[in-house]
Design a protein around this ligand. Structure first.
Ligand code: NAD
Length: 478
């Protein structure tokens, strides 16, 4: 099935699909085989200037297009995404590695984000302030302007949709640079918008050298807002670039999600959820459940049962039936995860399961469980972004909350308990943008998604996600 991947890819500027021509290319690799499957054109500076010009020209026209028309295009694009999900999912599995059902699920979930933002935009009401008769003061929300957005390779369609949907719904134009490693599925997502009738210039998609593209776009006076999903160091770098022009930013950066498992939880249900959740997308998820703090009374039972279940996770090519975990997405991941495991072992962690890159083509890694991991191990401090669960026991609620909050990161956090008091305390005291209790759902689309501390700032999704693409204006009439 991966044979259907296009051998030549295109980018999209001002309504035109653009071929490689004389441009440099990036070789796209199938992570299940390690083989090159396509060539992706890299945008030149002239291409980027053309994209900026197109976004600049399209913005005032799109801003003044009635919200109902903007919403109708987003709904139509959502319908096309659902129709084309099997085909777009196949491209994603070929370039990113995740099992096909997960890839198709990502596309349909992304479609619903277009629907949600289409409806949010219609209800983005301002307010009228109390003034004496004959005077009026209004507060209005207006689109911020052309946006530059950068999305990563772990969710090649979902992460850009979280930027495109609110930007387009709000009336902004946008230039998107998805990750070069996973280009075909976001290209097809953009094609859904184009086929749904999105006017030329409203959304462009470009690829290139990430640092060159971002520095060129962010420096342009055309761009008014930057949205990035990726690592903390790159997020900090882009914020510095944005500061030069005092540009608004949304930064969705790394996490290292704590999972607090209390003695009084429903153990079977907890295990069902967390083992599936841990190995989803091979753990390459910013909200992946990772640091398992398990209360002493059930630590041994939890560790044993988790390990038994993890040992049964079916690892293989994401196109094969029944596969639950594909390869890691690129050659950087197995070596980075492997280094973290070696470091943890050398500092005293017990390897309960796995721990190695698999001896076959592609970038496959064992589902891995590490127990009694010391706090000074790198893996307790930097997110592994791979299929590794790290475990430590705790005794008291206060200790669990202290451990959950000990890192400078705060994206998602999870807790499993049957005590309302514990649930309330965890919900209130954990420093994280999202806390899920007795479940792992943190991105339903209608709720804010974003981090605190070094995990970033600004929310994606829901009404907050739409407002991130708008500026607030007060108008006073005497
Ligand atoms: P990286 O830091 O080099 O890149 C992260 C992402 O940023 C990639 O998509 C990359 O294309 C992009 N990028 C890199 N430099 C850029 C620049 N100057 N301008 C614009 N975009 C740029 O790391 P990586 O090896 O791709 O991933 C490693 C780490 O990144 C992971 O361990 C994880 O912590 C983090 N990450 C987070 C997410 C997320 O969903 N928050 C997604 C992917 C990666």
């Amino acid at each position: 099935m991966s044979n259907s991947y296009p051998q030549k890819l295109q980018f999209h500027i001002d309504g035109e699909w653009i071929d490689v021509g004389e441009r440099d290319v990036h070789h796209v690799v199938n992570p299940a085989t390690g083989k090159v499957i396509s060539d992706l054109p890299k945008a030149t500076r002239a291409d980027l200037d053309r994209a900026l010009d197109a976004a600049d020209r399209a913005f005032p026209i799109w801003r003044d297009t009635p919200v109902g028309e903007r919403a109708a295009i987003l709904h139509k694009a959502a319908d096309l995404m659902r129709e084309r999900a099997p085909e777009i999912g196949r491209l994603m599995t070929a370039e990113q590695g995740k099992p096909l059902p997960q890839a198709i699920g990502e596309v349909t979930a992304s479609a619903s984000h277009f629907d949600i933002m289409a409806e949010e935009a219609k209800r983005c009401y301002g307010r009228v302030l109390v003034r004496p008769a004959g005077q009026n003061s209004f507060v209005k929300y207006q689109p911020v302007g052309p946006v530059a957005a950068f999305s990563p390779w772990n969710f090649p369609v979902f992460t850009p949709v979280r930027k495109l949907a609110p930007a387009i719904a709000a009336g902004c134009s946008i230039i998107l640079k998805p990750a070069e490693e996973t280009p075909a599925s976001p290209i097809e997502m953009i094609r859904c918008l184009v086929d749904a009738g999105l006017p030329a210039g409203v959304a462009q998609v470009v690829f290139g050298d990430p640092a060159e593209v971002s520095s060129h776009l962010i420096a342009s006076p055309v761009i008014r807002k930057i949205s990035f999903t990726g690592s903390v160091p790159v997020g900090k770098h882009l914020m510095k670039l944005a500061a030069e022009g005092m540009k608004r930013t949304t930064m969705e950066l790394g996490g290292h999600a704590p999972v607090l498992v209390f003695d009084d939880c429903d153990l079977e249900k907890t295990l069902d959820l967390v083992v599936t959740g841990k190995f989803r997308n091979a753990g390459q998820v910013c909200v992946s459940p990772t640091r398992f703090y398990v209360q002493s009374g059930i630590y041994d039972r939890f560790e044993k049962a988790f390990t038994e279940r993890a040992a049964k996770v079916a690892v293989g090519d994401g196109f094969a039936d029944g596969i639950e975990m594909g390869p890691l997405a690129n050659p950087r991941r197995p070596s980075s995860v492997g280094d973290m495991i070696s470091d943890a072992k050398s500092k005293g962690a017990e390897v309960m399961l796995g721990g190695h890159r698999q001896d076959k083509d592609g970038f496959f890694f064992d589902p891995t469980v590490l127990s009694h991991v010391p706090l000074d191990a790198n893996i307790m401090n930097d997110e592994p972004f791979g299929p590794v669960a790290v475990m430590r026991p705790f005794d008291t609620l206060d200790e669990a909350i202290e451990q959950a909050n000990r890192l400078p990161l705060g994206l998602a956090a999870y807790a499993f308990t049957s005590s309302l008091h514990t649930a309330n305390m965890v919900g209130d005291k954990i420093e994280a943008g999202m806390v899920a209790i007795n479940n792992l759902t943190v991105s339903p689309g209608d709720a804010p998604f974003g981090g605190v501390k070094e995990s970033g700032h600004g929310s994606e999704d829901g009404p907050d996600g739409l407002k991130a693409y708008m500026v607030t204006k007060a108008i006073h009439q005497a």
